[in-house]
Ligand binder design. Structure first.
Ligand code: NAD
Ligand code: UDP
Length: 318
């Protein structure tokens, strides 16, 4: 048996957008995959192609409950990522981020397993430093509507380092920047899925505020490659490491590109700006490219085209 075939991997949040792509990649690599998910934002549809694989196992469980499993590697992706969802139950979002990370770190300690924590560019808040290097400590409003997520993820990073120092657990912290692709949920509320779904329906496309705020979008296949590379990195490398595509774009430009690629007659409407919306965001990925030999390869137009095809197929039931 190869090393990959022997690896038993727990993916918490495996029914979600990123998690379902990661589960598929791990199965393709020959791993045993245990997906743990509460289905709060995850979808059974995302896992349907994996269910017949004898190396895939699914447990419906909330990560705030202690997890028991024999595993070699743990990916902690369990947490709603869309502002709409994580702000709808801020207490449970905080509990998921903090208690969930604690439970999985405890499992990693008991099992001698490696653990990768899905952190976020949101730990930088509304940044004053641009682009954001890992050394920047961020500017987060601790009592704002995004705090349940931002501060929860910051505390999870703290816990990872505490488990490393106190118990020698092999931790890996990925600061993930905006990622998009097929298997995002149509009702998820994030900008790429919203714009595509709105454009395919004939519009209008809703921009929150003036549309000059920027993000840097990474295609999901590139992100999965980065997560696998980080998990496989030497024991001494813990991060945090920025993972994302440094190509920065305003929401107004994004809306125009999506409308163009869909060939939609949709117009654009501007609504109220979202509270505490970061004005600019772009990763400095020097550490990821140096330590992991990773750079994103998918051009925005190519990734958007594949994502548009996915949402179009949902509309036609293909
Ligand atoms: P998603 O909402 O599609 O997936 C999250 C998954 O976690 C879902 O399947 C959901 O049901 C599950 N989940 C949530 N709370 C849970 C709980 N308490 N117990 C068990 N399962 C739970 O989001 P995503 O985009 O796939 O994000 C995955 C991870 O990556 C998240 O931790 C998110 O914070 C992080 N991340 C994602 C992005 C991005 O742009 N996609 C950016 C930064 C960080
Ligand atoms: N946004 C928008 N219209 C939408 C959804 C989002 O203009 O329908 C904006 C939002 O205000 C933010 C950016 O797009 O400036 C990215 O939002 P998203 O929720 O995708 O991610 P995050 O804010 O967490 O980076």
């Amino acid at each position: 048996m190869s090393r990959a075939q022997r690896r038993r991997v727990l993916v918490a949040g495996g029914a979600g957008f990123l998690g379902s792509h990661l589960c598929r990649a791990l199965l393709d690599d020959g791993c045993q995959v245990l997906c743990l998910d509460s289905f709060v934002t995850g979808r059974a549809r995302n896992l349907a192609p994996l269910l017949d694989n004898p190396r895939f196992h699914l447990v419906r469980q909330d990560v705030t409950e202690p997890a028991l499993a024999e595993v070699d590697e743990i990916y902690n992706l369990a947490c709603p990522a869309s502002p709409r969802h994580y702000q709808s139950d801020p207490v449970h979002t905080t509990r998921t981020s903090v208690v969930g990370a604690l439970n999985l770190l405890e499992l990693a300690r008991q099992q001698g397993a490696r653990i990768l924590q899905a952190s976020t560019s949101e730990v930088y808040g509304d940044p004053e430093v641009h682009p954001q290097p890992e050394s920047y400590h961020g500017r987060v409003n601790a009592i704002g509507p995004r705090a349940c997520y931002d501060e929860g993820k910051r505390c999870a990073e703290t816990l990872c380092y505490a488990y490393r120092h106190q118990y020698g657990v092999a931790v890996k912290i990925a600061r993930i920047f905006n990622t998009y692709g097929p298997q995002m949920d149509a009702d998820d509320g994030r900008v790429v899925s919203n714009f595509i779904v709105q454009a395919l329906a004939g519009g209008p496309v809703t921009i929150y505020g003036d549309g000059r705020q920027t993000r840097s979008f990474c295609y999901v296949d590139d992100m999965v490659d980065a997560l696998l590379a980080l998990m496989a990195s030497p024991d001494g490398f813990c991060g945090p490491v920025n993972l994302g595509n440094p190509d920065e774009i305003s929401m107004l430009e994004l809306a125009r590109i999506v409308i163009g690629l869909t060939g939609s007659p949709a117009g654009i409407v501007h609504t109220h700006p979202a509270a505490d919306d970061p004005a600019r965001r772009r990763p400095d990925i020097a550490l990821a490219s140096g330590m992991l030999g990773w750079v994103p390869r998918t051009r925005l137009e190519d990734g958007l085209t594949r994502t548009i095809d996915y949402f179009a197929s949902l509309r036609t039931g293909l």
